[in-house]
Each structure stands twice: as C-alpha cells, then as structure tokens.
Design a protein around this ligand. Structure first.
Ligand SMILES: [Zn+2]
Length: 157
C-alpha cells in the first residue's frame, strides 16, 4: 500500500483510499477516470497486438505452406528412391526358397503344398515359407535382406 499526497490538502494518504481521511476529498472520480483511460489504452494495445499477431500468423502460415509443399515434394522423391532401394535389396522369393532347400539338402520337386509369402515378423521383413516334405510340415522364416534363416519349424504331419 503506497502513500500519495492528497490533491486537496497535501497530506499523505493511502493511494487505495477512495477519499482523504483529513479533508474528505473524494478520489473515486479520479480513480474511475484513470481506470477508464487505462482500459482504453489496454484495449488499443490489445487490438494492436492482435493485429500484429494475426499478420505474423498469416505470414508464418504462408511460409509454412510453401515449406510443407517443398518438403512434400522432397518426401515423394525420397519415397521413390527408398522403395526402389528396398526392391533392390530384397532377395527374391525363389532365392529364399533355394536357401531353405539347400539347408535341408532336398530338391524343389520333392516338396509340396508350398506357400511363400513376404511378411514382417521378428522385427524384420522375412519370407514365410511353408511346405510339406517327406510327411513332415516345414515352416521357415528367411530374412528378406540377408537371406539368413531366422527361424525354422518341423512338425510331423
Ligand atoms: Zn486531503
């Protein structure tokens, strides 16, 4: 609570007092006037600030749109490059099958009910190769990139 000098008698009074305790000078009218002026200034500042923010927002958005389109084009190019890289780096399904046949030391003509599908398992892209051979059911998972046999199961049919 600050002390101010009364405008009428010059004695020190609280700035919160609506009237002077010594001379009874009413401060309320002045306070109201000040509040109204302060409010008008505040509204002007707010309107000014809002219009500046709005202009800045619009400019940023325009820049953002340009940047986004630019990135989008870049991404599209990257995706094309990536997918062609992926296609190049995957071994073929017949290569994967040959790895399995070599592991079992058997011939392709000896197996039946073959299914060979590319899928995502064990955190990598693998060929899921199922077939029957010599009354056994085999399931192999071959890493589609390295050609490594990730897992294999053998079950009596
Ligand atoms: Zn006074």
């Amino acid at each position: 609570m600050a002390l101010v000098k009364c405008r009428e008698c010059g004695k020190e009074i609280s700035n919160n007092a609506s009237s002077c305790p010594y001379c009874g000078y009413k401060n309320r009218k002045n306070n109201l006037k000040l509040i109204i002026i302060a409010l008008i200034i505040l509204v002007v500042i707010l309107l000014f600030g809002i219009s500046i923010l709005y202009i800045k927002y619009k400019l940023d958005n325009d820049n953002y749109d340009d940047g986004y389109n630019f990135n989008l084009n870049n991404n599209t190019n990257n995706n094309i490059n990536e997918s062609s890289d992926i296609n190049n780096s995957y071994i073929s399904s017949s290569d994967a099958l040959n790895i399995v046949l070599k592991d079992l030391n058997i011939n392709k003509n000896d197996i039946y009910d073959l299914s060979n599908e590319l899928e995502y398992k064990f955190g990598k892209t693998v060929y899921d190769i199922d077939f029957n051979y010599n009354r056994f059911e085999y399931e192999y998972y071959v890493d589609a990139i390295t050609g490594e046999i990730v897992k294999s199961f053998k079950e009596y049919d």
